[in-house]
Design a protein around this ligand. Structure first.
Ligand SMILES: [Mn+2]
Length: 311
């Protein structure tokens, strides 16, 4: 239907992106907007499938071309990360927790951006503010989103509000949040059957650092050595994608959740390499720089890269 409003997260959809679409569409419907449809801007990953299956919630439809469609953006606001063919005038709302990256609209819109760990917590607040009861299913999804985005509260993006929200939501969902979180993390870090391409695009975002076109991906695993056999193939894939997408650099964060550290794989030209080394105060060795205590792309990888490439 032409009149549908699609609630949609970023490309390479993650759990927060997909569940935010589902739970926000549900809220809008509960508040009287009938024609709201949750969507995902790509294939749903294994972690998110686990979450939706666990709480018995149907998968949202896939939308890869937003031509002439009204959309509510959740969990992102940068056009480079959004569904294709999104003409600016078609954005009717934004609910997000990322930096604002050059968003333009044709009309005034409802825009809610808060510096918290996940979109899920912002939406849970909106249910409360609008006095809409949170079902067991919706509570489970929002809880999972916060646990996923904050890597079980370990990420520096996690705020006290996120912990309070998980506590409340877990009670409604009727699950032990940490037990659920560990199960979810195990699904995410099962890389055995994933191709290098699946790993790279499982969580991949594009950025522009003062004209340097970059892609920054992340994979979280329980132990880094699980990825050792795939390292060479991952670098190969990164080089291929860099050529195909005409990027100056690609960084892939191999994040060890237990050790709370990331091996930052890098491919790129000389200028990009210099900026990358400057950003992480190290020398590229064996195509990477290893950083202790780095877990968050948003807080610990994007800001230093932006700063390093600023003239
Ligand atoms: Mn998020």
């Amino acid at each position: 239907m032409a009149d549908n409003i699609y609630v949609i997260g970023h490309k390479s959809p993650d759990t927060d992106s997909v569940t935010a679409a589902v739970t926000y569409a549900n809220l809008k419907k509960s508040m009287g907007t009938a024609n709201v449809v949750p969507a995902a801007a790509g294939d749903i990953n294994n972690e998110t499938k686990f979450v939706l299956d666990y709480f018995k919630v149907p998968y949202p439809e896939k939308l890869i071309d937003a031509t002439d469609k009204k959309v509510i953006l959740v969990d992102h606001n940068e056009m480079g990360q959004a569904v294709d063919k999104l003409s600016e005038a078609n954005i009717v709302e934004v609910v997000d927790h990322h930096k604002i990256g050059g968003l333009k609209t044709g009309n005034p819109i409802f825009l809610l951006n808060e510096p918290v760990g996940a979109t899920g917590g912002i939406i849970a607040n909106l249910y409360e503010q609008n006095k809409v009861a949170i079902s067991k299913e919706m509570a489970g999804l929002m809880m999972a989103a916060i646990l996923s985005d904050t890597v079980l509260f370990k990420s520096p993006t996690c705020t006290p509000r996120d912990k309070v929200a998980v506590e409340k939501l877990a009670k409604i969902a009727g699950v032990d949040p940490m037990k659920f979180g560990m199960e979810m993390l195990k699904v995410k870090s099962d890389v055995g059957t994933k191709s290098p391409r699946d790993i790279l695009f499982g969580d991949f975002k594009k950025f522009d650092f003062s004209g340097v076109k970059a892609g920054v991906g992340q994979i979280e695993v329980m132990e880094l050595k699980d990825l050792d056999p795939k390292r060479a193939a991952l670098l190969d894939e990164m080089n291929k994608v860099r050529q195909a997408e005409k990027l100056d650099m690609i960084v892939l964060m191999l994040t060890d959740v237990m050790k709370e550290a990331s091996d930052l794989l890098f491919v790129g030209d000389d200028k990009a390499a210099k900026g990358f080394e400057k950003a992480f105060s190290g020398k590229i060795a064996n195509s990477s720089i290893y950083k202790e205590k780095v877990l968050s792309r948003k807080k610990q990888v994007i800001p230093p890269l932006e700063a390093a490439f600023k003239a």
